[in-house]
Design a protein around this ligand. Structure first.
Ligand code: HEC
Length: 103
C-alpha cells in the first residue's frame, strides 16, 4: 500500500517544508530561535500586540504555532515586506529547528 505514504507526504508538504531534524542538531531556542523571532517576528507578535492571535514572544508560545510559523516563513508571507528578510541560511535553520520540535 503506497497510497497512505503519498497522502502523508502531501499533508506534510501542505504544512510547511519537508525539512527534517538533523541527527547532530545544534539549534536551540537559546542559540537560534529566540534571536530569529526577535529579529523578524516579535515586533508584531507579542503580548498586547499579537497579530492574528499569534504571540511568538516565548518558546512555549512559539511551540503552539510550529506548523504555521514554518508555512508562513517558507511561503514568504512572514515577515511582511519592510520587516527585514531572513537569509536563505536563516530560513533553512528555522525549518530544521522547527522540524526538531523547537528544542
Ligand atoms: C510588521 C508586522 C509583522 C511582522 C514583523 C510579522 N508578522 Fe506575522 N502577522 C502580521 C499580521 C498583521 C498578521 C495577520 C494578517 C495576515 O495574515 O497577514 C500576521 C499573521 C501571522 C500568522 C498567522 C497566519 C495564519 O494564517 O493564521 C503567523 C503564523 C505569523 N504571522 C507568523 C509570523 C512570523 C513567524 C514572523 C517572523 C518571521 C512574523 N509573523 C512577522 C504581522 C507581522
Amino acid at each position: 500500500m503506497r497510497l497512505p505514504l503519498f497522502v502523508g507526504a502531501l499533508l506534510l508538504a501542505a504544512c510547511g517544508t519537508s525539512a527534517t531534524c538533523p541527527t547532530a542538531n545544534t539549534l536551540s531556542y537559546e542559540s537560534f530561535g529566540k534571536a530569529f523571532m526577535t529579529s523578524y517576528c516579535v515586533a508584531c507578535h507579542t503580548t498586547g500586540n499579537a497579530s492574528d492571535g499569534v504571540n511568538l514572544s516565548s518558546l512555549t508560545l512559539v511551540r503552539t504555532h510550529l506548523n504555521k510559523v514554518d508555512a508562513e516563513v517558507v511561503s514568504g508571507a512572514m515577515p511582511p515586506k519592510g520587516s527585514g528578510s531572513p537569509t536563505a541560511e536563516e530560513k533553512t535553520n528555522l525549518a530544521q529547528w522547527l522540524a526538531c520540535g523547537a528544542p
